[in-house]
Design a protein around this ligand. Structure first.
Ligand code: NAP
Length: 287
């Protein structure tokens, strides 16, 4: 389910419907909130698209629609180069709430279809009801694909029993060097059941992770930055799409180059020593 584009050398991940998407994209949480940063954020997203980071992840929750509006403005004349992802809040995940939320998102984004629509996290609505609503959107042509976010293995097992085989395109989860719990079980589940994972917060939200001496040592060896190594590390796993958020062109440029950074066995072993893989089940963490 992972291919490499022969022309660009970039990794692609194949979705259950057979379509393929570049493994490195762009997040947008907290983008669109501050008018003073708007131009800079739009420039960053547009540069990302130019550099091949055409998958853009947003959500109705982000800035209460402000992120979707920003993305809409950024992609208006390049919609065909973008794989557009948005998410529905669990509080809207009902039979009538899902189509209403989706239509509001489409309007803010200025598009007539989403490439992927995710349930942001599991709430109180029965899964079967949400699945039926998402399937109806797909049939209607308002979304090409739909999926879930923050679903652990038990949620996925319950889900698979309710959904049409192959219908869940992606599970978007927290995954970075500091949060490796999914390696115990969810990652294998995702490969076995053909549901790609989308790693959110791959650079640890720009926090302590990027100060790690181990990460710095590996980065120095490659003439790279810690953020590039953190992103390349998420991309080493099969079946994983990574969506760092960057609001400056400098960060976007840096992150885009991470797509061609290949970590060696020595790099991975060193990182394992500082960020050990899980030895037992760890409940899926979420932000
Ligand atoms: P992230 O991508 O790990 O980190 C973003 C932070 O890192 C920003 O402060 C950014 O700074 C900084 N950064 C980016 N590139 C950098 C670089 N090369 N060097 C140094 N700092 C860098 O965290 P995230 O935003 O939480 O996660 C990514 C995306 O995943 C989100 O934006 C959102 O789309 C999605 N997400 C989904 C969920 C969910 O529940 N489904 C939860 C969280 C996130 P600047 O902005 O200043 O460039």
């Amino acid at each position: 389910m992972t291919d490499t584009d022969q022309r660009t050398g970039r990794r692609h991940v194949r979705l259950p419907d057979g379509s393929s998407v570049a493994a490195l994209g762009q997040g947008t949480w907290n983008m669109g909130d501050a008018p003073a940063r708007r131009t800079q954020e739009i420039d960053a997203l547009r540069l990302g698209i130019e550099l091949g980071l055409g998958l853009i992840d947003t959500a109705e929750m982000y800035g209460d629609g402000a992120s979707e509006r920003l993305v809409g403005e950024a992609i208006a004349d390049v919609r065909d180069q973008v794989f557009l992802v948005s998410k529905v809040l669990p509080s809207n995940a009902t039979r009538t709430g899902v189509p209403a939320a989706c239509k509001r998102s489409l309007e803010r984004l200025g598009v007539d279809r989403l490439d992927l629509y995710l349930l942001h996290w599991r709430g109180g609505t029965p899964l079967a009801e949400t699945i039926a609503a998402l399937e109806a959107l797909r049939t209607e042509g308002l979304v090409r694909n739909w999926g879930v976010s923050n679903f652990d293995v038990d949620d996925m097992c319950e889900f698979v029993g309710l959904a049409r085989p192959g219908s869940c395109a992606v599970n978007q989860v927290l995954y970075n060097l500091e949060y490796r719990g999914i390696e115990h079980d969810l990652m294998e589940y995702s490969v076995t059941h053909g549901v790609p994972l989308m790693a959110y917060s791959p650079v640890g939200q720009g926090g302590d992770l990027l100060q790690s001496p181990a990460l710095r040592a590996v980065a120095d060896r490659h003439g790279a930055s810690p953020a590039q190594v953190a992103i390349a590390w998420t991309l080493r796993a099969p079946n994983v799409i990574s969506i760092p958020k960057a609001a400056t062109v400098a960060h976007v440029r840096e992150n885009a180059a991470a797509a061609s950074l290949v970590l060696t066995a020595q790099d991975l072993a060193e990182l394992d020593r500082s960020f050990p893989p899980p030895k037992k089940k760890i409940r899926l963490a979420m932000l």
